[in-house]
Design a protein around this ligand. Structure first.
Ligand code: UGA
Length: 318
């Protein structure tokens, strides 16, 4: 395959590009280095991809201005990981960045995909945040999406665009609704990276609300494997939408107990008010995705957290 990975310097994008290169594929990666978090971290992610050699080409660019027809000319598979993340920060004037990066950029990519001569599949990184406080648990793809954050609204809008372009123009899209991804290189604004760093440095862990919110955390290697399967499996109809969830329904308080155990440190926890945009519970059924692709979550929360802790220690110790 000749793959395009958007958001290649990000958390999931960099891991995915590495896996594709290790599997022997050619990879073009694009990233615009937005200022959502420290660009030194993204440069370090990208450096890990670049060590895999000359089958990797990096394009620094923004999907809203880049020549996407040219970039897609020889591409067989697109993995669209780029976007403006963060459920809790998408209110107010910052919403404009979410519209640009999540909706407009996806629409532009889909337009270019319409005429890409060799395109076999386009995998879009959607989000469990499209559900909001879901109707049922484990949530099915057919349950009614009701986002609780403006971020979730933009991820859902782009997902609808993927379905539209599949139905109207035959663009072979598949959307994967990721459930809270964690592991080495996780973004610095996300819970586990914050908690683990605080655990090993003696810093303060801030819990939003009572800590009884539940998440279906998913290890990054499982997400990468889901992308590869979604891109290559035969039983994936154009416009398909699937949950990709790790299967751990745990509260944030339970995660803290595991981190305390793994790190061997007493945790310094303070509690603040719950934050607008945060849902109470996520939990996804993965039956449909497993049936279509044979995927199964392979990494337990304890094993994944141990890897995330090892990476955190490397970061802290330089
Ligand atoms: C994550 C990602 O940030 C989104 O980009 C993604 O789309 C979403 O998962 C998803 O699955 O749809 P979130 O679940 O909020 O969103 O991920 P975390 O930052 O890992 O937060 C997990 C829980 O920990 C949340 O309930 C949050 O309120 C809590 N938290 C987070 C804290 O209590 N303190 C913190 O410092 C950070």
């Amino acid at each position: 395959m000749r793959a395009l990975v958007t958001g290649v310097a990000g958390f999931v994008g960099s891991h995915l590009a590495e896996r594709l290169l290790i599997d022997g594929h050619e990879v073009v990666g694009i990233d615009s280095f937005t200022d959502y978090y420290d660009n030194a971290l993204k440069a370090a992610n990208l450096a890990q991809v670049q060590v895999h050699g000359d089958r990797f080409t990096f394009v620094e660019g923004d999907l809203n201005t880049a020549d996407l027809e040219l970039i897609l000319r020889n591409v067989t598979h697109v993995f669209h990981q780029a976007g403006q993340p963060g459920v809790r920060l998408s209110w107010g004037k910052d919403f404009a960045a979410y519209i640009d990066a999540n909706i407009a950029a996806t629409q532009r990519l889909l337009e270019a995909a319409r005429t890409a001569p060799r395109l076999e599949r386009l995998v879009y990184a959607s989000s469990s945040s499209v559900y909001g406080d879901a109707e049922t648990y484990p949530t099915l793809e057919t349950d009614r999406p009701m986002p609780r954050s403006p971020y979730g609204v933009t991820k859902l809008a782009a997902e609808h665009l993927c379905v539209l372009y599949a139905k109207n123009f035959g663009v072979p899209t598949v959307s994967l609704r990721y459930f809270t991804v964690y592991g080495p290189r996780q973004r610095p604004d996300m819970a586990f990276t914050r908690f683990l760093r605080a655990a090993v440095t003696g810093g303060i862990i801030t819990i939003y609300g009572d800590g009884e919110q539940v998440r279906d955390f998913t290890y990054v290697a499982d997400i990468v494997d889901a992308n590869v399967r979604a891109a290559t499996a035969d039983g994936v109809p154009p416009g398909a939408v699937y949950n990709v969830a790790g299967g751990s329904s745990v509260t944030v308080n339970e995660v803290l107990a595991i981190i305390k155990e793994l790190s061997g440190h007493e945790l310094n926890v303070e509690r603040t008010d719950a934050v607008d945009g945060d849902v109470r519970r996520t939990g996804g059924s993965t039956e449909a995705f497993e049936a279509a692709t044979g995927w199964k979550s392979a990494v337990s929360l304890e094993a994944g957290l141990a890897n995330h802790l090892t990476w955190t220690l490397e970061q802290v110790q330089g």
